[in-house]
Design a protein around this ligand. Structure first.
Ligand SMILES: [Zn+2]
Ligand SMILES: [Zn+2]
Length: 295
């Protein structure tokens, strides 16, 4: 249902570094007034399994005190569940399972994973592998966790570069249905893949179409402005208001998509600029005040 309330219903936050320790991550979240945050639970560029963190308990208590939720992790960029190579698929499935477990141990709710590339084997074959990989990763994670809590995987839409899957709503909706998962919808990827956000009118229409086709299947938005042009199929995140999408488009877009958390993955700047971006997005998406109970 479109959001006509005065108060905002989308929780707003961003990806934050963990390099200075998780305590530092939470401090940044507090300074920037993030209502949700995304982190990495392992090195995203390497296959090494996530390491247990000595500061896990302090992190879990700290995020509860701050009232930050949902907590999100972005899975390794190397993971390609749709790969035509069986060895790569096995490695990817195992890595995702390990991340779901490590995320669960940190009190993280959601793990975003790229939908992957079929590598020339064809879209249908790639989708079969992706659906199988998601099923298998959840099974494995449950086994590794031995009854402890694991995080929920979210499949992310792509830019449609090369043989990437899920750059269009129909393919994405089909994966969500077949694998019984929800998605993370990235606005930069969508824009460069040909979903028009170039004016408030276009953004409202795009938002309504997303709501209809993915109905209830969106667990998170990645809110990123696009450095590259509409339909270019080239990724490149820009800060809000600094790329190809006019700021007013976000108001129209999220007006159609209330109650879904939003995390930015835009380039870091100074603490002032970072805080300003969060404030700006809150204002664009319905106001600084979050409606009580708003998700
Ligand atoms: Zn993203
Ligand atoms: Zn991206």
């Amino acid at each position: 249902m479109p959001n006509n309330e005065n108060h905002r219903t989308n929780r707003i936050g961003r990806h934050l570094p963990t390099s200075g320790g998780l305590k530092n991550t939470l401090q940044k979240a507090a300074e920037q007034e993030c209502e949700t945050i995304q982190i990495f639970v392992s090195n995203p560029q390497q296959w090494a399994d996530p390491n247990p963190r000595p500061d896990a308990e302090a992190f879990i208590n700290g995020k509860d005190e701050l009232g930050v939720y949902p907590l999100v992790a972005h899975a390794k960029y190397l993971i390609n569940l749709a790969s035509k190579d069986e060895g790569q698929r096995g490695k990817s499935t195992n890595a995702l399972a390990r991340e779901l477990v490590a995320a669960g141990e940190l009190g993280v709710d959601l793990v975003v994973v790229h939908s992957g590339s079929h590598g020339g084997e064809g879209e249908e074959k790639g989708m079969e592998h992706l659906v199988e990989g998601l099923d298998r990763a959840r099974e494995l994670a449950a086994k590794f966790a031995g009854g402890s809590r694991t995080a929920e995987p979210l499949v992310e839409n792509s830019c449609g570069a090369g043989t990437q899957l899920c750059s269009d709503l129909d393919t994405l909706a089909s994966v969500l249905r077949r694998a019984d998962v929800r998605c993370c919808f990235d606005t930069c990827h969508a824009f460069v893949a040909g979903h028009d956000l170039s004016s408030p009118e276009a953004a409202k229409e795009t938002g309504a179409e997303i709501r209809e086709k993915l109905d209830g299947g969106i667990g998170l938005f990645h809110l990123n402005d696009a450095r590259n042009s509409f339909g270019s199929r080239r990724d490149g995140h820009a800060r809000i208001g600094e790329g190809e999408v006019p700021e007013e488009s976000w108001t129209a877009f999220f007006g159609e998509l209330p109650n879904i958390p939003v995390a930015m993955e835009t380039p870091y700047a100074t603490p002032e600029v970072d805080a300003d971006q969060i404030r700006k997005v809150k204002e664009l998406v319905g106001g600084l005040r979050l409606r009580a109970g708003g998700l």
